[in-house]
Design a protein around this ligand. Structure first.
Ligand SMILES: Cc1ncc(COP(=O)(O)O)c(C=O)c1O
Length: 391
C-alpha cells in the first residue's frame, strides 16, 4: 500500500510492542510480572467516578465546545494556580484528549519543516515522532546519571541554533525519573527567552515528586507566559489514563490555533470524561498523597533491590514512577537484557534503547505495580542475571 511519506516518518510506540508481547505470554499461561506499562495501578477515585455517572444520568452526552466546557477550562486554570502557582485565564486554556494529544496539537501548530526541536534524552518515546510527523527535526541533548538525569541550562544553550523553535522539557521525566530543580529550570527559561525559543513544559508527572523535590511549574516564574506552553493531564495524577483528558495552557493565539485544529479533527474531548475531570480539578485531592506515599515505598524497594544485584546500578529517581537501571556491566545490550528478562525471568520491562541512543545500557522498570509483585520481580531478576554474570 502506498502510504504517505509523513506517516512513514514515524514508528509505532515501542512501549506498546512490549506490552503486547507480555500480554501474549500471559494469554499462554506464562506467569509474567509486568513492569512495562507507565500506568497507575490505582483505580480512579470514587468521587470522580460518581461525577461521571451523574453526567451520564443528566444526559451530558452532547457535543461540547471544541476547546472543552468553560467550567472545566476555568477549573484547570484555578487548579494550576493553586497547585503550581501560575496565573492563566480560561481563554489561555484548551482541553485535549489526554496529554499526548496536547503535545501533538501544540507541536502541530508551532513546528514545520526546517525547524529544530530540542529534546533532553533519554526521552519519552512519543516526543521525537510527534516532532517528525510535524516536519521538524529532533535534536537530542544528553542527560546524565551523575546529574540525576536533569538537563542543564548550559547544555540547552549550546544546542540552540538559528533553526531551534522549541524545547520539550519533561520534568519529572519518563523514563529516567529526572527532575529539573527550579533554579535550573528558571535558567533554562532565561536561555529560551534570550534566544527566542518556545519552552514546552510536560507536567504529566508534576505531582509525583519525592523529597527533597516538590511539584513545580515553570509557569510560576515571572514573565514566563510569552515563551511557555504547559501541557498536562489527569491521567497519572488522578489515575485516569483511560478517560483521555489533558490540557494546554499557553498564550491565547496558540490556544486558538489548537482549538481550530481540534475543530477539524477530534472535536471536543468526550463530554462525560470532561465532567469527571471537572470533579478531579475541583474536588478533594486526598488520593494523590496516598498514591505518592505508596510509590515512594516501592521506589525505595525496587532501587535497593536492583542495586544489590551484581552488574546493576540504579539512580534514585527524583520523580514519576520509573526506575532506570544501568545493566551495561552484565555485558548485554538493553534489548537483549529486556528480552532475556521477559523470557527467562518472566519480568516485562522496557529496553532503555527504546528511549533513544543515550538509553542504551539501561532498562526501565515501571513501579506502578504492587509491592508484593515488585519483591517477586527483584528476586527473579537477580536469579536470572546471576546466571549471566557468572558465565
Ligand atoms: C512524559 C509523558 N508525557 C505525556 C504522557 C501522556 O499521557 P496521557 O496522554 O495519558 O495524558 C505520558 C504518558 O505516558 C508521558 O509519559
Amino acid at each position: 500500500m502506498q502510504l504517505t511519506e509523513r506517516i512513514n516518518r514515524i514508528q509505532i510506540s515501542p512501549t506498546a510492542a512490549v506490552i503486547a508481547e507480555a500480554d501474549r505470554l500471559k494469554s499462554q499461561g506464562v506467569d509474567v510480572a509486568d513492569f512495562g506499562p507507565g500506568e497507575p495501578d490505582f483505580p480512579t477515585p470514587e468521587h470522580i467516578k460518581k461525577a461521571a455517572i451523574r453526567a451520564i444520568e443528566e444526559n451530558k452526552s452532547k457535543y461540547t465546545p471544541t476547546g472543552g466546557i468553560m467550567p472545566l477550562r476555568e477549573a484547570i486554570c484555578a487548579w494550576h494556580k493553586r497547585e503550581l502557582g501560575s496565573s492563566y485565564a480560561p481563554k489561555e486554556c484548551v482541553v485535549n484528549v489526554g496529554g499526548k494529544h496536547a503535545i501533538f496539537n501544540a507541536v502541530s501548530v508551532l513546528v514545520q519543516s526546517g525547524d529544530e526541536v530540542m529534546i533532553p534524552a533519554p526521552y519519552w518515546v512519543s516526543f521525537p515522532d510527534i516532532v517528525k510527523y510535524a516536519g521538524g527535526t529532533p535534536v537530542y541533548v544528553e542527560t546524565r546519571p551523575e546529574d540525576g538525569f536533569s538537563v542543564k541550562a548550559a547544555a540547552i544553550e549550546k544546542a540552540i541554533t538559528s533553526k531551534t523553535k522549541l524545547l520539550i522539557l519533561n520534568s519529572p521525566s519518563n523514563p529516567t525519573g529526572g527532575v529539573v530543580p527550579p533554579d535550573e529550570y528558571r535558567g533554562i527559561l532565561a536561555v529560551c527567552k534570550k534566544r527566542n525559543v518556545w519552552l514546552m513544559a510536560d507536567e504529566c508527572y508534576s505531582h509525583f515528586t519525592y523529597e527533597p523535590h516538590k511539584p513545580f511549574s515553570i509557569a510560576s516564574a515571572a514573565e514566563s507566559k510569552a515563551n511557555v506552553i504547559v501541557v498536562g493531564s489527569v491521567s497519572k495524577t488522578f489515575a485516569m489514563t483511560g478517560w483521555r483528558i489533558g490540557y494546554t495552557l499557553a498564550p491565547e493565539a496558540l490556544v486558538q490555533a489548537v482549538i481550530k485544529l481540534q475543530s477539524q479533527s477530534t472535536s471536543n474531548p468526550t463530554s462525560i470524561a470532561q465532567y469527571a475531570a471537572l470533579e478531579a480539578m475541583r474536588g478533594t485531592m486526598e488520593s494523590v498523597p496516598i498514591m505518592l506515599a505508596e510509590y515512594a515505598k516501592r521506589r525505595k524497594r525496587i532501587v535497593e533491590g536492583l542495586r544489590a544485584i551484581p552488574g546493576v546500578n540504579c539512580e534514585m529517581p527524583g520523580g514519576a514512577f520509573y526506575a532506570f537501571a544501568n545493566i551495561a556491566e552484565t555485558g548485554m545490550d538493553s534489548k537483549t537484557a529486556a528480552d532475556f528478562l521477559l523470557n527467562e525471568a518472566g519480568v516485562a520491562c522496557l529496553s532503555g534503547a527504546a528511549f533513544g541512543k543515550y538509553g542504551e545500557g539501561y532498562i526501565r522498570f515501571s513501579y506502578a505495580n504492587s509491592y508484593e509483585n515488585l519483591m517477586e520481580a527483584v528476586k527473579r531478576i537477580e536469579s536470572a542475571l546471576v546466571t549471566v554474570t557468572a558465565r
